[in-house]
Design a protein around this ligand. Structure first.
Ligand code: ADP
Ligand code: MG
Length: 580
């Protein structure tokens, strides 16, 4: 149970603000996350860890000498937005380039990727290092699909130490990728975590059961099994990891026995005894092992074991000193450089001036009504969508959609009230959605709405054919970013039938309103039909079997939103305002 909070949706922001206050000597809050308080004396590579909140000490607790230069902090279990990543990178960059490092999740890959494009366009050298240590999440032959869990810590530590020692960007990246290639984790869950304000945990297990192959976002284990005595659990972990010993690996290893949030240290020590004994018996020397909480999942009960096979270049980086709020080792030099007191508020830009035709301004009002209707529908469905996502994903889809639609409907209304045409108003809505929702669906919805708006433009209300082209642009942008195909069990499964039906009916001469309504029915039944599928993309993929029988949350919400959009975006007034 998470018991201490005000408004649950402010939990992550308030936790970050409190953390930055108490550790003000080491960290400084900036838009999108936090960075080191002191700027480096000389340009150094900025190692920026990131991901959702709820994993403390990952990620902001690891900011400091010898470790991260900054952390990009998303909402609970939700990828930060591209804007957040960009803004933290700008605050942390000291001229030697930046590297984003994070667990391999679709939302993070897309958002950090989009931020990287923007930074590169400004001439800042930028790289991404993904962590893929979870052996339970894909077979060895598909190790690039594995998700990142507690192995995040080893990879961040090694990169942070390399950057501190003055390595250049290419070298920090090479060492980070090497550390990741040599890192494996397996974990088990005993009890799911509970979101602040939620009444029930994301999953539960029968007494004396455990879910082997845990995720760190409340994803349940891959399969449930009897809870064995500690000795057997240690044996299970060690044998699963050693079965994946990297080719040519040496006999010195870094080891982390990680508690997920509400597992007692004493329990970890009991398990450690069996793990350490087995690893030593297998001929390994354990180098600076860690037992404690390094990557958590709110208040989840669970434990994971991480092994990183060291070599002559990784070992000194693993053992190098570090001084951060949550992790101190050895004697890290006191923070160098000047304390950075620069303002933390976001730069205020002058409001945009809009040029638009009258008909487009009128249509912008219909867009305002469309997003308001979607907002109501999504608010009503928040719990339902969260529950769908909790079955094989992380349970945040309802909350993410609410955050996205709230921001988007406010942004479209604001832009329209300032004279924006429909295109500019929808683009603003998209940007606001992506910035505020985070997560995989957030970045896709945001980019899709922007593309829709750009296609609609600001010169007229769209004809039925132009509306079909805008829907196609929405779908194309989502396909381009997410790379999902029909059948992968994602929102694309509802979107493609919608776009195809709408385009076909309008080209056959159906009115936009009738065509839209029919297309929305197609989307709803396609969304329902995803229940039979196994997910091939996104967070639900490792738990594909659990997902069978439940419709995809993103497809379900997309069908909902498109259904209520219809009367507004393709309604009678649209036809009246359209060019002949
Ligand atoms: P997250 O997965 O980051 O927690 P959400 O829970 O908000 O994000 O959204 C989950 C939904 O995102 C899934 O149900 C699926 O419809 C959609 N999704 C996941 N990956 C992709 C992808 N690569 N392309 C399109 N849609 C995706
Ligand atoms: Mg989710």
């Amino acid at each position: 149970m998470t018991r201490i909070f005000n408004n649950p949706s402010d939990f992550a922001e308030e936790a970050l603000a409190g953390f930055c206050d108490v550790h003000a000597n080491l960290v400084r809050q900036v838009p999108g996350g936090a960075v080191r308080r002191h700027r480096p004396r000389q340009p150094k590579v900025a190692v920026l860890a990131g991901g959702g909140s709820g994993h403390y000490p990952a990620f902001a607790g690891l900011i400091g000498t010898g470790l991260a230069d900054g952390a990009v902090v998303g909402n609970i279990f939700t990828s930060p937005s591209a804007q957040q990543a960009y803004s933290v990178a700008k605050a942390a960059d000291s001229g030697a380039g930046v590297v984003f490092t994070y667990g391999n999740y679709a939302g993070d890959v897309m958002n950090f990727g989009m931020a990287s494009e923007r930074l590169a366009a400004e001439g800042i050298e930028v790289e991404n290092v993904l962590v893929t240590d979870d052996v339970a999440s894909a077979p060895p032959s598909e190790s690039e699909k594995r998700r990142g869990i507690a192995g995040d810590f080893t990879v961040f530590k090694i990169m942070g130490a390399a950057a501190e020692a003055g390595a250049d960007l290419a070298e920090v990246v090479r060492l980070g990728r090497k550390a990741n290639d040599l890192t494996r984790t397996i974990g088990t869950a005993f009890h799911g975590c509970t979101f602040p304000g939620a009444e029930a945990p994301l999953f539960t297990l029968e007494d004396r059961q455990m879910g082997l192959g845990l995720g760190i976002h409340g994803e349940p284990g891959l399969f449930d099994t009897d809870l064995p005595p500690a000795k057997e659990l240690g044996q299970e972990f060690v044998s699963r990891l050693l079965a994946e010993t990297p080719h040519g690996a040496g006999d010195r290893i870094a080891v982390i026995l990680n508690g997920l949030g509400s597992t007692k240290h004493e329990e970890l020590f009991v398990l450690w005894l069996s793990v350490a004994t087995l690893l030593r018996a297998a001929g390994y020397t354990l180098v600076m092992p860690e037992v404690g909480e390094l990557v958590t999942s709110l208040d989840m009960a669970g434990v994971s074991l991480t092994v990183t096979w060291l070599d002559d270049e990784l070992e000194p980086l693993w053992t190098a000193p570090a001084e951060t709020p949550a992790y101190r080792r050895g004697n890290a030099a006191l923070p160098g450089g000047e304390a950075d007191e620069s303002a933390t508020a976001e730069d205020t830009e002058a409001p945009e001036a809009f040029a638009a035709a009258e008909a487009s301004r009128d249509y912008a009002q219909q867009c305002v009504a469309a997003l308001a209707a979607a907002r109501e529908a999504i608010h009503d469905a928040e719990k339902f969508l969260g529950d769908l996502d909790a079955i094989a994903g992380d349970g945040d889809h309802g909350r993410g959609m609410v955050r996205g639609i709230d921001a988007a409907s406010a942004a479209v209304a604001d832009a329209a009230s300032r004279g924006a045409g429909a295109g500019a108003a929808l683009a603003a809505a998209g940007d606001a959605w992506a910035d505020n929702a985070g997560g995989t669906s957030g970045v896709l919805w945001g980019a899709g709405l922007r593309a829709f708006g750009e296609a609609v433009g600001n010169d007229q209300a769209p004809s039925a054919a132009e509306l079909a082209a805008a829907v196609a642009a929405f779908a194309a942008r989502i396909a381009e970013l997410g790379k999902a195909e029909v059948g992968d069990k994602t929102m694309v499964d509802a979107l493609v039938p919608f776009a195809e039906t709408f385009s076909r009916l309008t080209s056959e001469g159906a009115g936009a309103d009738a065509g839209w309504a029919e297309a929305a029915r197609e989307a709803a039944s396609a969304a329902q039909a995803t229940a039979a599928l196994r997910p091939l993309k996104g967070r639900a993929r490792p738990l594909a079997e659990k997902s069978v029988g439940t419709p995809d949350p993103g497809a379900t919400s997309l069908a909902m939103v498109f259904t209520v959009f219809g009367p507004h975006l393709a309604g009678v007034r649209q036809a009246a305002g359209a060019r002949p």
